[in-house]
Design a protein around this ligand. Structure first.
Ligand code: ASP
Ligand code: MG
Length: 455
Protein backbone atom coordinates (compact mmCIF):
# COMPACT_ATOMS: atom_id res chain seq x y z
CA UNK A 1 0.00 0.00 0.00
CA UNK A 2 1.40 3.41 -0.90
CA UNK A 3 1.86 5.81 1.98
CA UNK A 4 2.20 8.89 -0.17
CA UNK A 5 1.05 9.82 -3.63
CA UNK A 6 3.91 10.78 -5.87
CA UNK A 7 3.54 11.88 -9.46
CA UNK A 8 6.76 11.31 -11.40
CA UNK A 9 7.48 12.86 -14.77
CA UNK A 10 10.21 11.62 -17.10
CA UNK A 11 11.39 14.01 -19.81
CA UNK A 12 12.50 13.21 -23.34
CA UNK A 13 16.13 12.39 -22.52
CA UNK A 14 14.96 9.96 -19.81
CA UNK A 15 12.96 8.28 -22.59
CA UNK A 16 15.65 8.46 -25.28
CA UNK A 17 16.18 4.74 -25.90
CA UNK A 18 15.54 1.33 -24.36
CA UNK A 19 18.36 1.78 -21.87
CA UNK A 20 17.11 5.18 -20.68
CA UNK A 21 13.52 3.95 -20.42
CA UNK A 22 14.61 0.88 -18.48
CA UNK A 23 16.65 3.03 -16.11
CA UNK A 24 13.63 5.30 -15.61
CA UNK A 25 11.34 2.32 -15.07
CA UNK A 26 13.72 1.04 -12.40
CA UNK A 27 13.43 4.33 -10.55
CA UNK A 28 9.66 3.86 -10.58
CA UNK A 29 9.81 0.21 -9.55
CA UNK A 30 11.96 1.00 -6.52
CA UNK A 31 9.36 3.25 -4.92
CA UNK A 32 5.87 2.05 -4.11
CA UNK A 33 4.70 5.65 -3.63
CA UNK A 34 5.21 6.59 -7.26
CA UNK A 35 1.64 6.07 -8.42
CA UNK A 36 1.30 8.15 -11.57
CA UNK A 37 4.06 8.33 -14.15
CA UNK A 38 3.85 11.05 -16.78
CA UNK A 39 6.16 10.71 -19.75
CA UNK A 40 7.38 12.87 -22.60
CA UNK A 41 7.85 11.62 -26.12
CA UNK A 42 11.18 9.91 -26.81
CA UNK A 43 13.77 12.64 -27.31
CA UNK A 44 13.71 14.27 -30.71
CA UNK A 45 10.33 12.80 -31.65
CA UNK A 46 8.25 15.93 -31.06
CA UNK A 47 10.68 17.84 -33.27
CA UNK A 48 10.25 15.28 -36.03
CA UNK A 49 6.47 15.41 -35.64
CA UNK A 50 6.60 19.21 -35.83
CA UNK A 51 8.51 18.98 -39.11
CA UNK A 52 5.91 16.54 -40.35
CA UNK A 53 3.28 19.24 -39.92
CA UNK A 54 5.04 21.65 -42.27
CA UNK A 55 4.48 21.71 -46.00
CA UNK A 56 6.72 19.01 -47.39
CA UNK A 57 6.71 16.74 -50.42
CA UNK A 58 5.00 13.42 -49.71
CA UNK A 59 8.26 11.55 -50.07
CA UNK A 60 9.90 13.55 -47.29
CA UNK A 61 6.91 13.09 -45.04
CA UNK A 62 7.03 9.36 -45.56
CA UNK A 63 10.74 9.37 -44.74
CA UNK A 64 10.02 11.14 -41.44
CA UNK A 65 7.29 8.67 -40.48
CA UNK A 66 9.68 5.83 -41.39
CA UNK A 67 12.32 7.32 -39.14
CA UNK A 68 9.86 7.64 -36.24
CA UNK A 69 8.63 4.11 -36.81
CA UNK A 70 12.16 2.71 -36.90
CA UNK A 71 13.10 4.48 -33.69
CA UNK A 72 10.10 3.12 -31.76
CA UNK A 73 10.43 -0.35 -33.26
CA UNK A 74 14.05 -0.48 -32.16
CA UNK A 75 13.11 0.41 -28.59
CA UNK A 76 10.24 -2.06 -28.65
CA UNK A 77 12.51 -4.84 -29.92
CA UNK A 78 14.56 -4.54 -26.73
CA UNK A 79 11.60 -5.76 -24.70
CA UNK A 80 11.58 -9.38 -23.66
CA UNK A 81 8.24 -9.78 -25.41
CA UNK A 82 7.98 -7.10 -28.07
CA UNK A 83 4.91 -8.80 -29.55
CA UNK A 84 2.63 -7.56 -26.79
CA UNK A 85 3.51 -3.89 -27.38
CA UNK A 86 4.35 -3.72 -31.09
CA UNK A 87 0.72 -3.75 -32.32
CA UNK A 88 -0.06 -0.66 -30.23
CA UNK A 89 2.90 1.19 -31.74
CA UNK A 90 1.97 0.03 -35.26
CA UNK A 91 -1.55 1.33 -34.84
CA UNK A 92 -0.32 4.80 -33.88
CA UNK A 93 2.20 4.79 -36.74
CA UNK A 94 -0.52 3.97 -39.23
CA UNK A 95 -2.70 6.76 -37.83
CA UNK A 96 0.29 9.04 -38.23
CA UNK A 97 0.72 8.01 -41.87
CA UNK A 98 -2.88 8.82 -42.62
CA UNK A 99 -2.77 12.13 -40.79
CA UNK A 100 0.43 13.22 -42.50
CA UNK A 101 -0.87 12.40 -45.97
CA UNK A 102 -3.23 15.34 -45.85
CA UNK A 103 -1.97 18.28 -47.88
CA UNK A 104 -2.99 21.00 -45.50
CA UNK A 105 -2.38 20.40 -41.84
CA UNK A 106 -4.73 22.52 -39.74
CA UNK A 107 -4.29 23.12 -36.01
CA UNK A 108 -6.48 20.14 -35.07
CA UNK A 109 -4.56 17.69 -37.25
CA UNK A 110 -1.33 19.19 -36.02
CA UNK A 111 -2.19 18.38 -32.41
CA UNK A 112 -3.32 14.90 -33.40
CA UNK A 113 0.07 14.41 -35.07
CA UNK A 114 2.08 15.85 -32.17
CA UNK A 115 0.21 13.70 -29.66
CA UNK A 116 1.51 10.51 -31.32
CA UNK A 117 4.92 10.94 -29.66
CA UNK A 118 3.67 10.71 -26.08
CA UNK A 119 1.10 8.07 -26.98
CA UNK A 120 3.87 5.78 -28.21
CA UNK A 121 6.45 6.53 -25.52
CA UNK A 122 3.91 5.84 -22.77
CA UNK A 123 3.11 2.43 -24.28
CA UNK A 124 6.80 1.61 -24.26
CA UNK A 125 7.30 2.82 -20.70
CA UNK A 126 4.37 0.73 -19.49
CA UNK A 127 5.86 -2.37 -21.12
CA UNK A 128 9.33 -1.81 -19.69
CA UNK A 129 7.94 -1.19 -16.22
CA UNK A 130 5.76 -4.29 -16.45
CA UNK A 131 8.85 -6.36 -17.11
CA UNK A 132 10.33 -5.23 -13.82
CA UNK A 133 7.15 -4.92 -11.83
CA UNK A 134 3.96 -6.39 -13.29
CA UNK A 135 0.65 -4.61 -12.86
CA UNK A 136 1.40 -1.23 -14.42
CA UNK A 137 -1.50 0.27 -16.37
CA UNK A 138 -1.45 2.57 -19.38
CA UNK A 139 -3.86 5.49 -19.12
CA UNK A 140 -4.96 7.96 -21.78
CA UNK A 141 -4.27 11.48 -20.44
CA UNK A 142 -6.97 12.82 -22.75
CA UNK A 143 -9.57 11.29 -20.44
CA UNK A 144 -8.55 13.66 -17.65
CA UNK A 145 -6.59 16.63 -19.00
CA UNK A 146 -9.54 18.69 -20.23
CA UNK A 147 -8.59 21.86 -22.08
CA UNK A 148 -10.14 24.56 -24.21
CA UNK A 149 -9.87 24.26 -27.98
CA UNK A 150 -6.86 26.52 -28.49
CA UNK A 151 -4.99 23.80 -30.38
CA UNK A 152 -1.23 24.02 -30.05
CA UNK A 153 -1.29 25.79 -26.72
CA UNK A 154 -4.50 24.75 -25.06
CA UNK A 155 -5.52 26.13 -21.67
CA UNK A 156 -6.38 23.48 -19.08
CA UNK A 157 -9.71 23.55 -17.29
CA UNK A 158 -8.63 23.00 -13.69
CA UNK A 159 -12.07 22.19 -12.27
CA UNK A 160 -12.91 19.72 -15.00
CA UNK A 161 -9.53 18.04 -14.59
CA UNK A 162 -10.05 17.71 -10.88
CA UNK A 163 -13.44 16.11 -11.29
CA UNK A 164 -12.35 13.80 -14.14
CA UNK A 165 -9.33 12.70 -12.12
CA UNK A 166 -11.64 11.90 -9.21
CA UNK A 167 -13.89 9.88 -11.47
CA UNK A 168 -11.33 8.00 -13.56
CA UNK A 169 -7.95 8.04 -11.94
CA UNK A 170 -7.94 8.50 -8.17
CA UNK A 171 -8.92 4.96 -7.25
CA UNK A 172 -6.98 3.40 -10.12
CA UNK A 173 -3.67 4.77 -8.84
CA UNK A 174 -4.24 3.16 -5.46
CA UNK A 175 -4.40 -0.32 -6.95
CA UNK A 176 -1.98 0.15 -9.86
CA UNK A 177 0.98 2.20 -10.95
CA UNK A 178 -0.40 4.19 -13.84
CA UNK A 179 1.53 5.50 -16.85
CA UNK A 180 0.17 8.43 -18.79
CA UNK A 181 1.25 11.08 -21.28
CA UNK A 182 2.54 14.57 -20.75
CA UNK A 183 1.77 17.39 -23.18
CA UNK A 184 -1.60 16.14 -24.43
CA UNK A 185 -5.22 16.66 -23.48
CA UNK A 186 -8.60 16.93 -25.10
CA UNK A 187 -11.27 19.59 -25.44
CA UNK A 188 -14.89 19.18 -24.39
CA UNK A 189 -15.68 17.49 -27.74
CA UNK A 190 -13.00 14.90 -27.04
CA UNK A 191 -10.68 16.27 -29.72
CA UNK A 192 -6.97 15.97 -29.00
CA UNK A 193 -5.14 19.13 -27.90
CA UNK A 194 -1.59 19.91 -26.78
CA UNK A 195 -0.38 22.27 -24.07
CA UNK A 196 2.51 23.79 -26.04
CA UNK A 197 6.12 22.69 -26.42
CA UNK A 198 7.72 21.51 -23.22
CA UNK A 199 4.23 21.01 -21.81
CA UNK A 200 4.87 17.71 -20.05
CA UNK A 201 6.01 19.33 -16.81
CA UNK A 202 2.78 21.27 -16.86
CA UNK A 203 0.75 18.09 -17.41
CA UNK A 204 2.48 16.35 -14.53
CA UNK A 205 1.80 19.31 -12.31
CA UNK A 206 -1.87 19.39 -13.33
CA UNK A 207 -2.19 15.70 -12.53
CA UNK A 208 -0.46 16.22 -9.17
CA UNK A 209 -2.85 19.02 -8.32
CA UNK A 210 -5.94 17.06 -9.34
CA UNK A 211 -4.83 13.98 -7.39
CA UNK A 212 -3.82 15.98 -4.30
CA UNK A 213 -0.40 14.39 -4.60
CA UNK A 214 2.18 14.76 -1.87
CA UNK A 215 5.15 15.02 -4.21
CA UNK A 216 5.78 15.93 -7.83
CA UNK A 217 9.03 14.55 -9.19
CA UNK A 218 10.62 15.84 -12.36
CA UNK A 219 13.22 13.40 -13.68
CA UNK A 220 15.51 14.97 -16.21
CA UNK A 221 19.15 14.92 -17.29
CA UNK A 222 20.58 17.37 -14.75
CA UNK A 223 21.35 16.07 -11.29
CA UNK A 224 20.21 19.16 -9.44
CA UNK A 225 19.87 22.89 -9.45
CA UNK A 226 23.32 24.31 -8.69
CA UNK A 227 24.49 27.36 -6.77
CA UNK A 228 25.84 28.56 -10.09
CA UNK A 229 26.81 27.05 -13.43
CA UNK A 230 29.53 24.49 -12.58
CA UNK A 231 31.12 25.12 -15.96
CA UNK A 232 31.92 28.63 -14.79
CA UNK A 233 32.69 27.90 -11.15
CA UNK A 234 33.87 24.36 -10.36
CA UNK A 235 33.08 24.92 -6.69
CA UNK A 236 29.39 25.31 -7.50
CA UNK A 237 27.39 22.81 -5.49
CA UNK A 238 23.97 21.27 -5.77
CA UNK A 239 21.21 23.03 -3.86
CA UNK A 240 19.37 20.64 -1.56
CA UNK A 241 16.28 22.74 -1.10
CA UNK A 242 14.98 26.10 -2.26
CA UNK A 243 11.71 27.96 -2.29
CA UNK A 244 9.23 28.36 -5.15
CA UNK A 245 10.09 32.09 -5.20
CA UNK A 246 13.80 31.49 -5.46
CA UNK A 247 13.26 28.96 -8.25
CA UNK A 248 11.18 31.53 -10.07
CA UNK A 249 13.90 34.16 -9.84
CA UNK A 250 16.58 31.73 -10.92
CA UNK A 251 14.72 30.61 -13.99
CA UNK A 252 13.93 34.18 -14.98
CA UNK A 253 17.60 35.00 -14.76
CA UNK A 254 18.69 32.23 -17.03
CA UNK A 255 19.64 29.35 -14.75
CA UNK A 256 18.68 25.93 -16.10
CA UNK A 257 15.88 25.41 -13.64
CA UNK A 258 12.41 24.09 -13.99
CA UNK A 259 10.23 27.00 -14.98
CA UNK A 260 7.81 27.76 -12.13
CA UNK A 261 5.03 28.61 -14.57
CA UNK A 262 5.00 24.94 -15.48
CA UNK A 263 4.64 23.78 -11.89
CA UNK A 264 2.16 26.44 -10.87
CA UNK A 265 -0.61 23.89 -10.25
CA UNK A 266 1.67 22.09 -7.78
CA UNK A 267 2.57 25.40 -6.16
CA UNK A 268 -1.15 26.20 -5.75
CA UNK A 269 -1.47 23.14 -3.54
CA UNK A 270 1.98 23.48 -1.96
CA UNK A 271 3.01 20.13 -3.39
CA UNK A 272 6.73 19.58 -2.91
CA UNK A 273 8.64 19.35 -6.17
CA UNK A 274 11.78 17.27 -6.65
CA UNK A 275 14.17 17.69 -9.57
CA UNK A 276 16.64 14.89 -10.20
CA UNK A 277 18.50 13.04 -12.91
CA UNK A 278 17.24 9.70 -14.15
CA UNK A 279 20.80 9.03 -15.30
CA UNK A 280 22.19 9.42 -11.77
CA UNK A 281 19.23 8.69 -9.52
CA UNK A 282 21.49 8.13 -6.52
CA UNK A 283 22.89 11.63 -6.61
CA UNK A 284 20.82 13.99 -4.53
CA UNK A 285 18.58 16.29 -6.51
CA UNK A 286 16.91 19.53 -5.51
CA UNK A 287 13.66 20.05 -3.64
CA UNK A 288 11.54 23.07 -4.45
CA UNK A 289 9.23 23.74 -1.54
CA UNK A 290 7.10 26.48 -0.07
CA UNK A 291 9.11 26.93 3.11
CA UNK A 292 12.68 25.70 2.90
CA UNK A 293 14.46 25.03 6.18
CA UNK A 294 17.20 27.50 5.42
CA UNK A 295 16.65 30.90 3.90
CA UNK A 296 20.12 32.19 3.10
CA UNK A 297 20.48 35.75 1.84
CA UNK A 298 22.34 34.42 -1.19
CA UNK A 299 21.36 30.99 -2.41
CA UNK A 300 22.62 31.05 -5.95
CA UNK A 301 24.09 33.21 -8.66
CA UNK A 302 22.89 33.15 -12.20
CA UNK A 303 24.29 34.64 -15.34
CA UNK A 304 22.51 35.71 -18.46
CA UNK A 305 24.67 36.64 -21.39
CA UNK A 306 23.99 38.74 -24.49
CA UNK A 307 22.22 41.58 -22.82
CA UNK A 308 21.45 44.81 -24.58
CA UNK A 309 21.08 48.00 -22.62
CA UNK A 310 18.89 50.69 -24.05
CA UNK A 311 19.22 54.12 -22.47
CA UNK A 312 16.93 56.97 -23.40
CA UNK A 313 17.44 60.57 -22.34
CA UNK A 314 15.05 63.44 -22.58
CA UNK A 315 14.88 66.76 -20.83
CA UNK A 316 11.13 66.46 -21.31
CA UNK A 317 11.14 64.00 -18.49
CA UNK A 318 12.06 66.62 -15.99
CA UNK A 319 9.08 67.11 -13.68
CA UNK A 320 6.69 65.83 -16.33
CA UNK A 321 4.38 62.92 -16.39
CA UNK A 322 3.66 60.45 -19.14
CA UNK A 323 7.18 59.94 -20.46
CA UNK A 324 7.55 56.39 -19.17
CA UNK A 325 4.10 55.52 -20.45
CA UNK A 326 5.04 56.79 -23.89
CA UNK A 327 8.31 54.85 -23.86
CA UNK A 328 6.66 51.60 -22.81
CA UNK A 329 3.90 52.11 -25.35
CA UNK A 330 6.44 52.04 -28.13
CA UNK A 331 8.17 48.96 -26.71
CA UNK A 332 4.93 47.15 -26.22
CA UNK A 333 3.77 48.04 -29.73
CA UNK A 334 6.81 46.19 -31.07
CA UNK A 335 6.35 43.39 -28.52
CA UNK A 336 9.71 44.06 -26.95
CA UNK A 337 9.93 42.58 -23.53
CA UNK A 338 11.86 44.49 -20.90
CA UNK A 339 13.69 42.90 -18.00
CA UNK A 340 15.42 45.50 -15.86
CA UNK A 341 14.60 49.16 -15.59
CA UNK A 342 16.36 51.97 -13.80
CA UNK A 343 15.52 55.61 -14.07
CA UNK A 344 17.02 58.93 -13.16
CA UNK A 345 15.45 62.33 -13.50
CA UNK A 346 16.25 62.61 -17.20
CA UNK A 347 17.04 59.13 -18.39
CA UNK A 348 15.78 55.59 -18.34
CA UNK A 349 17.89 52.49 -18.85
CA UNK A 350 16.44 49.15 -19.64
CA UNK A 351 17.59 45.72 -20.68
CA UNK A 352 15.82 43.87 -23.43
CA UNK A 353 14.91 40.25 -23.42
CA UNK A 354 17.49 38.34 -25.44
CA UNK A 355 15.23 36.58 -27.93
CA UNK A 356 13.34 39.68 -28.79
CA UNK A 357 16.53 41.60 -29.03
CA UNK A 358 17.74 39.48 -31.94
CA UNK A 359 14.56 40.09 -33.87
CA UNK A 360 14.66 43.73 -32.83
CA UNK A 361 18.11 43.95 -34.29
CA UNK A 362 17.14 42.47 -37.60
CA UNK A 363 13.98 44.06 -38.77
CA UNK A 364 12.34 46.03 -36.02
CA UNK A 365 15.21 47.96 -34.63
CA UNK A 366 15.21 50.68 -37.28
CA UNK A 367 11.53 51.34 -36.79
CA UNK A 368 11.68 51.14 -33.02
CA UNK A 369 14.70 53.42 -32.91
CA UNK A 370 13.13 55.92 -35.28
CA UNK A 371 10.02 56.03 -33.18
CA UNK A 372 11.92 56.44 -29.93
CA UNK A 373 14.23 59.04 -31.42
CA UNK A 374 11.24 61.15 -32.29
CA UNK A 375 10.88 62.03 -28.62
CA UNK A 376 14.19 61.18 -26.91
CA UNK A 377 17.88 60.47 -27.41
CA UNK A 378 18.67 56.79 -27.61
CA UNK A 379 21.84 54.97 -26.77
CA UNK A 380 22.42 51.25 -27.19
CA UNK A 381 25.12 49.23 -25.46
CA UNK A 382 25.78 45.62 -26.25
CA UNK A 383 28.06 42.84 -25.02
CA UNK A 384 26.77 42.99 -21.50
CA UNK A 385 25.95 40.20 -19.11
CA UNK A 386 23.38 40.16 -16.35
CA UNK A 387 24.48 38.74 -13.03
CA UNK A 388 21.72 37.94 -10.54
CA UNK A 389 22.17 37.06 -6.89
CA UNK A 390 19.14 35.09 -5.79
CA UNK A 391 18.14 34.41 -2.23
CA UNK A 392 16.06 35.84 0.57
CA UNK A 393 15.52 39.23 2.07
CA UNK A 394 18.17 40.81 -0.08
CA UNK A 395 16.32 44.10 0.00
CA UNK A 396 16.43 44.28 3.78
CA UNK A 397 19.87 42.90 4.54
CA UNK A 398 22.19 45.50 5.98
CA UNK A 399 25.77 45.38 4.81
CA UNK A 400 25.12 43.32 1.70
CA UNK A 401 26.21 45.68 -1.02
CA UNK A 402 29.58 46.35 0.63
CA UNK A 403 30.89 42.81 0.25
CA UNK A 404 29.13 42.27 -3.09
CA UNK A 405 30.60 45.27 -4.81
CA UNK A 406 33.76 45.23 -2.69
CA UNK A 407 34.59 41.85 -4.16
CA UNK A 408 34.26 43.38 -7.62
CA UNK A 409 36.52 46.36 -7.07
CA UNK A 410 38.21 46.14 -10.45
CA UNK A 411 35.09 45.40 -12.47
CA UNK A 412 32.88 48.05 -13.94
CA UNK A 413 29.26 47.62 -12.90
CA UNK A 414 27.06 49.10 -15.56
CA UNK A 415 23.66 49.09 -13.88
CA UNK A 416 22.23 47.82 -10.61
CA UNK A 417 18.71 46.72 -9.79
CA UNK A 418 18.12 46.16 -6.15
CA UNK A 419 15.08 46.31 -3.96
CA UNK A 420 12.23 45.62 -6.35
CA UNK A 421 12.23 41.99 -5.30
CA UNK A 422 13.25 40.65 -1.92
CA UNK A 423 14.67 37.65 -3.75
CA UNK A 424 17.24 39.19 -6.05
CA UNK A 425 19.92 41.74 -6.62
CA UNK A 426 21.17 42.04 -10.15
CA UNK A 427 23.54 44.09 -12.20
CA UNK A 428 25.16 44.30 -15.59
CA UNK A 429 28.83 43.86 -16.32
CA UNK A 430 30.80 43.76 -19.53
CA UNK A 431 30.62 40.29 -21.15
CA UNK A 432 34.36 39.88 -20.86
CA UNK A 433 34.05 40.17 -17.06
CA UNK A 434 31.03 37.93 -16.67
CA UNK A 435 32.61 34.63 -15.62
CA UNK A 436 35.10 36.35 -13.37
CA UNK A 437 32.27 38.22 -11.63
CA UNK A 438 30.30 35.05 -11.01
CA UNK A 439 33.38 33.31 -9.61
CA UNK A 440 34.25 36.18 -7.29
CA UNK A 441 30.78 36.42 -5.85
CA UNK A 442 30.50 32.68 -5.51
CA UNK A 443 33.81 32.61 -3.63
CA UNK A 444 32.82 35.46 -1.34
CA UNK A 445 29.35 34.27 -0.46
CA UNK A 446 28.88 30.61 -1.24
CA UNK A 447 32.15 28.63 -1.37
CA UNK A 448 33.24 30.01 1.97
CA UNK A 449 29.80 29.32 3.48
CA UNK A 450 29.90 32.88 4.72
CA UNK A 451 27.80 32.61 7.84
CA UNK A 452 26.23 36.05 7.59
CA UNK A 453 24.87 35.58 4.11
CA UNK A 454 24.82 31.87 3.45
CA UNK A 455 23.74 29.90 6.43
N1 ASP B 1 7.26 16.23 -26.10
C1 ASP B 1 6.88 17.59 -25.92
C2 ASP B 1 7.98 18.51 -26.41
O1 ASP B 1 9.06 18.05 -26.75
C3 ASP B 1 6.49 17.93 -24.53
C4 ASP B 1 7.58 17.76 -23.50
O2 ASP B 1 8.48 16.96 -23.68
O3 ASP B 1 7.53 18.44 -22.47
O4 ASP B 1 7.78 19.69 -26.44
MG1 MG C 1 10.94 18.05 -23.02
Amino acid sequence: MPTLIKVAKFGGTSMADAEAIRRSAEIVARDSDKRLIVVSATSGTTNLLTTLCSTLPGKEKRAIVDQIEEKHRTICSQLKEPKTTQPGIDKIISELRTLSEQDIVGPKQKDAILACGERMSSLLFTAFLNEIEPGARWFDAREVIRTDDAYGSAEPDIEAIESLAGEKLRSLIVSHKVISQGFIGSDSDGITTTLGRGGSDYSASLFAEALNADVLEIWTDVTAIYTTDPRIEPEARPITELSFDEAAELSVFGAKVLHPATIKPAIRKSIKVYVGSSFHPDQPGTWIVKNPKSKPVIRAISLRRNQTLLTVHSLDMLHRHGFLAKLFDVLSKYKISVDLVTTSEVSVSLTLDTDVQSSAKNSLSEQVLAELESFCDVEIEENLALVALVGNNLHATAGLSGPVFGSLEDINIRLICHGASSHNLCFLVDSSHADQTVRKIHKTFISTRNSTFNS
